[in-house]
Design a protein around this ligand. Structure first.
Ligand SMILES: [Zn+2]
Ligand SMILES: [Zn+2]
Length: 122
């Protein structure tokens, strides 16, 4: 592959933004990849910042995620049952069954998560 701007020079890599071949003169090395010098340097830099930020946000969600969702499901279930009983409906009414379903799903999810994440001590 040759440089997009200099067809007689071999490309040392491609721009992360536009994927054009770049020679040593045209490439701006940003440490994590190459970009068209003076054209896509800031674009690639922004792109890399977003990717890095997303990766750290994902790992944070993974750490806390095993308990947040089951707790949320259980919370919804309790509210559903509470409201249904408060409204004077019986224990076999739809709201109670739905609430119970939410709680059961939360428990199952918690158990499933423990099986997946449990052995890995953090
Ligand atoms: Zn070039
Ligand atoms: Zn480019």
């Amino acid at each position: 592959m040759y440089c997009f701007n200099h067809h007689d020079r071999p490309a040392i890599g491609t721009c992360k933004e536009c994927c054009k071949g770049l020679c040593t003169e045209c490439a701006a090395d940003l440490g994590h990849g190459l970009a068209c010098k003076g054209q896509h340097e800031s674009m690639v830099e922004t792109l890399n910042t977003i990717i890095t930020r997303n990766a750290s946000a994902y790992s944070a969600a993974e750490k806390g995620g095993s308990f947040i969702l089951p707790a949320f499901l259980g919370f919804i279930g309790v509210i559903l049952i509470g409201q249904t009983l408060y409204a004077g409906r019986g224990l076999t009414s739809f709201g109670v069954l739905l609430g119970g379903g939410f709680i059961a799903f939360g428990v199952v999810f918690l158990l499933f998560n423990r099986r997946v994440f449990g052995p890995r001590k953090r």
